[in-house]
Design a protein around this ligand. Structure first.
Ligand code: SAH
Ligand code: SF4
Ligand code: F3S
Length: 517
């Protein structure tokens, strides 16, 4: 923790350095232990400093914490986006280095972590509901440690609410200090009080954190952290800090290692991957350059999420058009089709600019699959403005979309706007939009019937163990009968039936050419 981070939080007491020796020369940490209480501040989180990002490789488990988890089990529930899922993999990696074993059952766990999401109110309500349920488990097992981490932990109001109403929580920590997990656990074991350690400001980039990845077919790779876009409805720039890019050589090394380990697909992660490299002061190296370098690595598929339309440059389009392991799918959130709403959202592009970008992408990659995110019922959205969203959706013909009713987030500019749109109207708009999304998806899926696609087989179907499932390059879910030996492989499947969201088919010989991606 540096001075600036300290200044940004409220500190009542400070932990003693973990390796301090007692007066007798014995290592007695409990003697020196004091409770750390650092609360987040949204105001501090909003500030964007000029200080350079430090890239550290100094993560290690201190000697006295080694073996802390021997004979103990951990359980992490993840509520958020891919970034959160990947954070869970990092925390699982740290737990395992401490000697803990994973469990799928919260009842069997000695430590339970809720890795939370703050993006909409219902995501938060689910977490508070779960905290309520876990109260009885905690009563039955007083030694159980219960922690709240992730994006909600970065919100002052959430920390205050937990402090007031959920006293059975043992620890709260945020998104910037995951690497402190060993110390936070230690403090939670030693302390009778709730350990709160949330840094309002982002920290350094720590390169050598362990990761216990879920699965051995697909892997997440962070390329950057944070977001500087400050869309007026969004909490992410406050919960994830300023944009910081990982160094290209670290990303390339990680992808190479994953390829060598046999992974077949990589998803590059960032809140706005197109801003990658903007923060480098010593090199001119942007997302297009990174993709051009990753393209040369021997791994079948590379995806990325999420791209903001604003920074999507021509070089990137040129590189994506080279295809190879760069898949023909782009998730390009538009949020609204109305220029007035886009303006109040501070998206910093117009409907016309978005459509022009789509035109350019399609000119370079004619069969590209485009998906999007849309918010309906933004404060004071009129019927006409909503109709413009529908007309944009029809014009682009997205393959599919994630659609949301606007949810006010405390501390964001939009949350302070008066809103004259009743919830009933917002729900109707969402229904109408979803109907259009399904219609167009069904129509696009129909085009696959009779065609051969390439599927990366992930495993047995969730509903029928005789059926295997996997995704095409364009991220269409395909079910088909096939041998278990196909799991983890790229196989060819002829589509026999298209539903609205999924395809079914039969496996064909390896030498049959792929007809659609
Ligand atoms: N960085 C990504 C978005 C991450 S959040 C991007 O800009 O593309 C994922 C989606 O959640 C957003 O695209 C938006 O559609 C939705 N979202 C974000 N804040 C929201 C809010 N306050 N209410 C409703 N939906 C929201
Ligand atoms: Fe949120 Fe906008 Fe940043 Fe996406 S780009 S995370 S919507 S502020
Ligand atoms: Fe949610 Fe945080 Fe991701 S708010 S969407 S978990 S960055």
């Amino acid at each position: 923790m540096n001075e600036q981070q300290r200044a940004s939080g409220k500190i009542t007491t400070e932990a003693a350095p973990a390796d301090k020796k007692s007066a007798t020369g014995e290592k007695d940490y409990s003697k020196y232990f004091q409770r750390v209480y650092i609360a987040p501040s949204l105001k501090d989180a909003k500030r964007r400093g000029k200080e350079a990002v430090r890239y550290l490789k100094d993560f290690s488990i201190p000697d006295h914490l080694r073996g802390m988890g021997d004979g103990r089990k951990f359980y992490i529930r993840t509520y958020g986006c891919q970034m959160n899922e990947h954070d869970t993999e990092v925390m699982a990696g740290i737990f395992m280095e401490l000697g803990y074993q994973p469990t799928e059952e919260p009842e069997d766990a000695d430590v339970i972590l809720l890795n939370t999401c703050a993006i909409r109110e219902n995501a938060e309500n689910r977490v508070f509901g779960e905290l309520g349920h876990l109260k009885s488990l905690k009563r039955e097992k007083p030694d159980l440690l219960l922690g709240v981490c992730g994006c909600m932990a970065q919100e002052e109001s959430v920390v205050n609410k937990i402090l007031e109403k959920h006293q059975h929580v043992d620890m709260i920590f945020g998104t910037h200090n995951i690497h402190r997990l060993p110390h936070i656990l230690y403090e939670a074991y030693m302390s009778k009080e709730m350990v709160v350690e949330v840094w309002s400001k982002e920290g350094d980039i720590i390169e050598n954190l362990p990761k216990a990845r879920k699965g051995n077919i697909k892997a997440w790779v962070n390329i950057m952290y944070g977001c500087d876009k400050f869309c007026t409805y969004c909490i992410v720039p406050y919960t994830r800090g300023k944009e910081r890019s990982r160094r290209p050589e670290d990303i390339i090394r990680e992808v190479r290692e994953l390829a060598a380990q046999g992974y077949k697909e990589i998803t590059l992660l960032g809140q706005n991957v197109n801003a990658y490299g903007k923060d480098f002061t010593d090199i001119q190296y942007r997302f297009g350059d990174l993709m051009d370098d990753l393209r040369k690595i021997d791994i079948p598929r590379i995806r990325f999420t999420t791209s903001h339309p604003r920074d999507f440059d021509d070089h990137l389009i040129e590189v994506l058009a080279k295809r190879g392991n760069l898949v023909e799918h782009i998730h390009l959130p538009v949020q609204s089709g109305s220029n007035q709403i886009l303006k109040i959202m501070a998206r910093k592009y117009t409907r016309e600019q978005y459509l022009e970008l789509v035109r350019k992408i399609r000119a370079a990659i004619p069969d590209v699959s485009l998906t999007t995110d849309i918010i309906v019922g933004f404060p004071n959205e009129t019927d006409e403005q909503f109709e413009e969203t529908l007309s944009l959706y029809r014009e682009v013909e997205f393959d599919s979309a994630y659609t949301f009713i606007y949810s006010p987030r405390e501390g964001t500019p939009a949350a302070r706007m008066k809103d004259n749109v009743p919830m009933e109207v917002k729900k109707e708009r969402l229904e109408r939009l979803n109907k259009l999304v399904s219609e167009i998806s069904a129509k696009k899926m129909k085009e696959y019937e009779g065609k051969v696609v390439e599927v990366l087989v992930e495993g047995e179907s969730k509903t029928n163990p005789d059926v295997l499932s996997g995704y095409t390059r364009k991220n269409k879910l395909v079910h088909f009968k096939g041998p278990k030996s196909a799991i983890g492989q790229l196989v060819k499947v002829k589509i026999t039936e298209a539903k609205t969201w999924t395809l079914s088919g039969e496996m064909v010989e390896e030498n049959v050419p792929v007809e659609v991606k």
